[in-house]
Design a protein around this ligand. Sequence first.
Ligand code: NCD
Length: 311
Amino acid sequence: MGLCMSLAGRDIISIRDFTRFDIDHMLSAADQMELQAKSGSDILRGKIMATLFFEPSTRTKLSFESAMYRLGGSCIGFAEPSTASVQKGENLSDTVRVVENYADVLVIRHPLEGASRLAGEVTDVPVVNAGSGSEEHPTQAILDIYTMKREFGHIDGLKVAMVGDLRYGRTVHSLAYALSLYKDVKLCLISPDLLRMRHEVLEDIGRNIDFEEGKDLGKILGEVDVIYMTRIQKERFADLAEYEAIKGSYRLTQADLKHCKKGAIVMHPLPRVDEIDADVDGTIYARYFRQVWYGVLSRMGLLALILGAIT
Ligand code: NCD
């Protein structure tokens, strides 16, 4: 993959398809969007984005739609597959081959791993993976990295704790891959035994960056720059009794934050259940709502790049 490969027309399926150069390019695109987000823009006028959501979502879908509208484009799609032809038995590739005639970019969320990769293979229209089972959520990783860049001014050298469901959480997989492209990043992977980060992800990131695994958040709280909390992914458990046994394993409170490093920030892809106490919201550490705004800027940048409105 050449260093200067344009992102126009590219699919965004997995963070592993991109170089550090590509990711940095996406972060600068997000930077360029701040002004346009506030004043409005028409660089994507005439372009249509289709959202095909086979799994529930509030923020990801709204965030993409907001990004598209803010750039002057339009949106179509479904969030409830029971209202679409898939309910009649249509397979994913047929749905994609139909919708590619309606839209210039397809944003897909699907419970099956590999679904957006398959979609990307059957169409020439750019496909964006908005969550593929518990595998990946690459645009969330871009906005997470963008949040860190905005808050610290750099990614290199950061020490990041990922806490909670590292097995089924797709955001942490994509984020770990993205962080592994940077220098001297250290990951502290904190989870119950049952929800440890998948072996294949560890093997991949371990080639480039240091990581340590553990169960006790308190032990590393004083060392990390970022505390990335995640929800235990109830819907991915085959056995609900297993979920019941580990739900509520982590709960970050204002009192815990007394022990954290100066300048540390708390992030969360949202939605939260009970892993961050509401009393953290008003502290100087909380960034999870600002992260949502950075998400709009990141997705504006991505859409503008893949639709060729900026280079
Ligand atoms: C995440 C997801 O869908 O993977 N949410 C999101 O996109 N912001 C995280 C989650 O559902 O826990």
